[in-house]
Design a protein around this ligand. Structure first.
Ligand code: COA
Ligand code: AMP
Length: 634
């Protein structure tokens, strides 16, 4: 049987990766072409397009203006929370970005300097990212839902010269003052940035600190536009911190060359989108989806990208997504299944969809968490377009497994993100590194080298990169996900093998939450597990045992713990339930049985672990959970 386009592309990417990616790289403007497509001189720190010189911002903006797309909309900002819709053409966006780049230069920011961007979903945030790229500065965007303590960790690791922020963010019906969070972070951090630039929003203005803070208007006012600075393909474009297994986030590094090549290729091959079309990733620039598919990929491809400051529901109703699709002519939407679950709950019949003309809408992509078949079928049914689940991570920066629409859509199997994307040799491995047969669950790994665009290392932490990702399965990158492949080569991503949970499509570490709980003076020991949630997929639930002699009311301690996680990690953790229990279930060797607690909380059957030290504890845990509405038999 003749190979499909996808099969042919996949085979080529495996047999001749250098030829495959060199061909894709022809789509990028290089100031100097690469010396080697692939450089393995410093194994296992492989590099793509070594010797190549380019500018990512040039490829995302100037190139399109130079080639006649100057009048096309590049960015549409749609903000129901402020009642604003504003479009920027490629020419306008380039000019704004050049001015911000000039302003950064005027503040002494040089190639290689780090700039933290702690901003809500406003156009200035996107412009700031591109402005950094323009002058070769390394941006690190921190999600607005993180608290001061988390921001401080990132400041200390990235050591930014400058922080760009705003007076506030807006969440449905409340403003979130960012400035006090920023001030708090700088107080906590050992590294102090030279300057903070604050975008004052009319919803809430911030007090500026004399000598350190600068108003955005003054920062940009009169700044000479800066031109694109050529940088090495292997230079860092950004650092994006993501949850690891402890409270210390991992600084995922992205380089310029491989990133530009892979992302631009992905727009056509995976998403089936061409220049001039409108692409919307309903995510946040604080996450990798926002970096790759709100900012870089659609602009590299010459698309119109949408920046949405709102939610799927509540701003103002579950028809928000359909209003945007119709109003801006969106061809392809990318969001997380949780957003669809939220919409489905409020509008099960899809009545809001029927109010809008969705003729332009072609494909829906979902990622960030496993897409449950119910949500997938509901979306297919109501929208009448292909619904494509695809799997990736902050570390890879673009999809590992997908139904590559641009290479010929394969049959959809609910619960599977389809097959490995060209460039990724995905394997399901056993504990002893043997490839497992179809149907058997194992640790999902990717044979090295990773394709272009994936992380080359962690920021200032080569050793951490090796131990976190390359040690468990020699010759492979450890994804941290467990799952299996079926007889047709479709992948099924079932769970994490570590402490990471996925709350409303946000990646969080239960280990980090446990660190917060353990630091409470009354807590002797604790455990946090992710428990299934109808809308958010999973939510964290904490169990604590208090120290001997603590006699304060349990409810008071529980409330303090909830407040503490919110204050130290942030509201995004959605940590709303802490239970004070007498003991934690453990094995005889002292390992806390988190998996069993999770099953109890979810009302699932569980087998009594043979090694448990005291089985009666499980009944106590179940009773405590039942009082809070969990642990019900389904
Ligand atoms: N700044 C400050 N606070 C923020 C924030 C931000 N940028 N983003 C979220 N928060 C707060 C929220 O206000 C909420 O606070 P609360 O506990 O006081 O209500 C908390 O963090 C949790 O936010 P969120 O996860 O957004 O939950 P929600 O209940 O407000 O909304 C959904 C639920 C499903 C509608 C929402 O999570 C959603 O749209 N998810 C889409 C998924 C997504 O974007 N994933 C990214 C990867 S693709
Ligand atoms: P993040 O780094 O925040 O993008 O989170 C990556 C993690 O989210 C992955 O390692 C998976 O655990 C999970 N994930 C993302 N997309 C999917 C998907 N389509 N199916 C199952 N899990 C997913």
């Amino acid at each position: 049987m003749a190979k499909s386009v996808y099969e042919e592309a996949y085979a080529r990417s495996m047999q001749d990766p250098q030829g495959f990616w060199a061909a894709a790289a022809e789509d990028i403007h290089w100031d100097k072409r690469w010396d080697r497509v692939f450089d393995d001189a410093r194994k296992p720190f492989y590099r793509w397009f070594a010797g190549g010189v380019l500018n990512t911002c040039y490829n995302a903006l100037d190139l399109h203006v130079d080639r006649g797309r100057g009048k096309q909309r590049a960015l549409v900002y749609d903000s129901p929370v402020t009642g604003t819709v504003k479009a920027f053409t490629y020419r306008e966006l380039r000019d704004e970005v050049a001015r911000i780049a000039g302003a950064l230069r005027r503040q002494g920011v040089q190639k290689g300097d780090r700039v933290i961007i702690y901003m809500p979903m406003v156009p200035e945030a996107v412009m700031a990212m591109l402005a950094c790229a323009r002058i070769g500065a390394v941006h690190s965007v921190v999600f607005g839902g993180f608290a001061s303590n988390e921001l401080a960790k990132r400041i200390d690791d990235a050591k930014p010269r400058l922080i760009l922020s705003a007076s506030c963010g807006i969440e449905v019906n409340r403003t979130v003052p960012y400035k006090p969070l920023l001030d708090g972070a700088i107080e906590l951090s050992a590294h102090k940035p030279e300057r903070c630039v604050i975008l004052q929003r009319p919803q809430e203005t911030a007090t500026l600190l004399k000598g350190r803070d600068l108003d955005w208007g003054d920062f940009v006012g009169g700044a000479p536009p800066a031109d694109c600075v050529p940088v090495a393909a292997t230079d860092p474009l950004y650092i994006l911190y993501t949850s690891g297994t402890t409270g210390i986030p991992k600084g995922v590094v992205r380089d310029h060359g491989g990133h530009a090549v892979a992302l631009k290729w992905s727009m056509g091959a995976i998403y089936g989108v061409g220049a001039g079309e409108t692409y919307w990733a309903a995510s946040d620039i604080g996450w990798v989806v926002g970096h790759s598919y709100i900012v870089y990929a659609p602009l590299l491809k010459g698309c119109t990208t949408i920046l949405y400051e709102g939610k799927p529901v509540g701003t103002p109703d579950p028809g928000a997504f359909w209003r945007l699709i119709a109003q801006h002519g969106v061809n392809v939407l990318f969001t997380a299944p949780t957003a669809f679950r939220a919409i489905k709950k409020e509008d099960p019949q899809g009545a809001h969809m029927a109010k809008h003309d969705l003729a332009c809408f072609r494909t829906l992509f979902l990622a960030g968490e496993r897409c449950d078949p119910d949500t997938l079928h509901w979306a297919e049914d109501k929208l009448g377009v292909p619904v494509i689940d695809h799997w990736w991570q902050t570390e890879t920066g673009w999809p590992i497994a997908a139904n590559c629409v641009g290479l010929g859509t394969l049959p959809v199997k609910a619960g599977s993100p389809t097959k490995a994307v060209p460039g990724y040799r995905v394997r399901v491995l056993s504990e002893d590194n043997q490839e497992l047969p179809a149907g058997q669950i194992g640790s999902i790994a990717i044979a090295l080298p990773l394709p272009p665009g994936c992380l080359p290392t962690l920021w200032n932490n080569d050793a951490g990169y090796e131990t976190s990702y390359l040690t468990k399965h020699p010759g492979h990158y450890l994804t941290g996900d467990a799952g299996y492949q079926d007889d047709d080569g479709y992948l099924y991503i079932m769970s994490r093998v570590d402490d990471i949970i996925n709350v409303a499509g946000h990646r969080l570490s239960t280990g980090a939450m446990e660190e917060v709980l353990a630091a409470h003076p009354d807590v002797a020991e604790c455990a946090v597990v992710g428990v299934a949630d109808e809308i958010k997929g999973e939510v964290p639930v904490g169990f604590v045992v208090t120290k001997a002699g603590v006699e304060r009311p349990e409810a008071e301690i529980a409330r303090e713990l909830v407040d503490k996680v919110r204050a130290l990690i942030g509201p995004v953790a959605a940590f709303k339930l802490a239970l004070v229990v007498k003991r934690l279930p453990k094995t005889r060797s002292g390992k806390i049985l988190r998996g069993t607690m999770k099953r109890i909380a979810e009302g699932q059957e569980y087998t009594l672990p043979a090694t448990i030290d005291d089985p009666a504890i499980l009944g106590e845990i179940r009773d405590a959970l039942q009082q809070k509405g969990y642990a019900k038999k389904g």
